[in-house]
Design a protein around this ligand. Structure first.
Ligand SMILES: NC(=O)c1ccc[n+]([C@@H]2O[C@H](COP(=O)([O-])OP(=O)(O)OC[C@H]3O[C@@H](n4cnc5c(N)ncnc54)[C@H](OP(=O)(O)O)[C@@H]3O)[C@@H](O)[C@H]2O)c1
Length: 308
C-alpha cells in the first residue's frame, strides 16, 4: 500500500487526510517516482482553501495536494527512454506531490515539470527549489541587478525571498530586505541589511540606504514596490510576483516566466555553496496538517519540508 494526501473539500489543513491506496504503477509512457520530500508553498494552501483559486489551475472538486517534490524514479513504463530506474529528479506535480508515489506521463505536460537532481544535493533541499527557485530567478532576471545596484527586497525571509536575496548578492548588488524585527538576524546572515516592513517603509529604507536604492523586488503585496516608486526607482527596475497588485510599468512576474533549465544552475550554485537553502521545519507525511498550518502562518523563514 502507498499513502496519498487527499483533499476532500475546500478549507484549511483539516480538509487534508493521509489515505492508504493500492500502490500505483507506471503504465506505458509513464514513470513512477518514490517521493523523498515535498516543499510547501503558499499556492498549495491557497488552492486547498478556495474553489475560486483552485479553478485558476483547472482544479474543481476534491484532489490531491502539493506541488514541489524531489525523489527517485522507481518504475519506468513501456516506451519511456528519457528516464531510467534510479534517476533522481525534482520539480512540480500540481496537486499530487504529497504522496509516497507519484505516476507521471513522460514528458511531463506543463505545469508539471521534472529536472535531474545532481549528486551533492539531498531531496529536502531539492524539493525546496522548484517554485521558489523559478520565482526568484524570474524576479531577479526582470531587474538584472549588478554591482552598482542597491536592491530592496520585500518579504526577504520567505521561501522565495531567501533565494532572491542570495541571487541578487551573487550578481554583486547590495540588498536591503524587509522582515519583522525578530527576523533581522536571519536576514543579516543571508547577506541583506534588514528593515522592518509596514507603514513608514520608505523612510526607513532612506535611512538605511543613504545613497538610495536602484531596484526592488516585491514578494509580499505591493508595499515594497510602492516604497521603491516613492524613492524614485524607475518602474522598469521593479519586479513583483503578486499579479493582483498591478502597478504600471512594474514587471509582474512569477515561476512560469523562468526557464525550467535554470533550476539546474540553481542546484549547482547550492552545491558550490554560493546559495544556501534554509529549511525552517521538517514534518513526516503523516503530519501534513501541522506542516500546512506552519506554512500558512506567513512568517516562516525559508522552507517547510515534508518527508516520507
Ligand atoms: N507568481 C508566482 O509564480 C509565485 C510563485 C511563488 C510564490 N509567489 C508568491 O510570492 C509570495 C512569497 O512566497 P513565499 O513562498 O516566499 O512565501 P512565504 O515563505 O510564506 O513567505 C513568508 C515570509 O513573508 C514575510 N512576511 C510576512 N508578512 C509580511 C509583510 N507584511 N511584508 C513583508 N514580508 C512579510 C515573513 O517575514 P517575517 O517572518 O519577518 O514576518 C516570512 O519570512 C507569496 O505571496 C506567494 O503567493 C508567487
Amino acid at each position: 500500500m502507498s499513502r496519498v494526501v487527499h483533499r476532500s473539500a475546500f478549507g484549511g489543513p483539516e480538509v487534508l487526510d493521509v489515505r492508504e491506496v493500492p500502490d500505483p504503477h507506471a503504465g506505458p509512457g509513464e514513470i513512477r517516482l518514490a517521493v523523498g520530500a515535498i516543499g510547501l508553498n503558499p499556492m498549495d494552501r491557497q488552492i486547498a482553501a478556495s474553489a475560486h483559486h483552485a479553478a485558476r489551475f483547472g482544479i474543481t472538486g476534491p484532489s490531491g495536494f502539493g506541488c514541489d517534490l524531489a525523489g527517485v524514479v522507481d518504475e519506468v513504463g513501456h516506451g519511456v527512454t528519457e528516464f531510467a530506474e534510479g534517476d533522481r529528479v525534482h520539480g512540480g506535480v500540481l496537486v499530487g506531490a504529497a504522496a509516497d508515489h507519484v505516476v507521471l506521463r513522460v514528458p511531463p505536460a506543463p505545469p508539471h515539470l521534472l529536472v535531474p537532481t545532481p549528486d551533492g544535493i539531498d531531496d529536502a533541499t531539492a524539493a525546496a527549489l522548484p517554485t521558489p527557485g523559478l520565482t526568484a530567478l524570474a524576479a531577479v532576471e526582470a531587474i538584472r541587478p549588478g554591482p552598482s545596484d542597491v536592491v530592496l527586497i520585500g518579504g526577504a525571509a520567505g521561501g522565495v525571498g531567501v533565494l532572491a536575496v542570495q541571487l541578487a548578492r551573487l550578481a554583486g548588488a547590495e540588498v536591503i530586505g524587509t522582515g519583522a524585527p525578530g527576523t533581522f538576524d536571519f536576514l543579516r546572515r543571508l547577506g541583506a541589511a534588514p528593515v522592518a516592513y509596514g507603514p513608514g517603509l520608505s523612510e526607513r529604507v532612506r535611512e538605511t540606504a543613504s545613497g538610495g536604492i536602484t531596484a526592488a523586488i516585491d514578494l509580499h503585496g505591493a508595499e515594497t514596490a510602492e516604497a521603491a516608486l516613492a524613492l524614485g526607482v524607475p518602474a522598469a527596475r521593479i519586479a513583483t510576483v503578486a499579479s493582483e497588485h498591478h502597478l504600471p510599468g512594474v514587471h509582474a512576474t512569477g515561476a512560469c516566466a523562468a526557464d525550467p533549465a535554470s533550476l539546474g544552475r540553481l542546484a549547482e550554485a547550492v552545491i558550490r555553496g554560493d546559495v544556501t537553502v534554509p529549511i525552517a521545519a521538517r514534518f513526516p507525511l503523516s503530519e501534513i496538517r501541522d506542516a500546512v498550518t506552519l506554512q500558512s502562518s506567513g512568517h516562516v523563514h525559508g522552507k517547510v519540508i515534508v518527508t516520507r
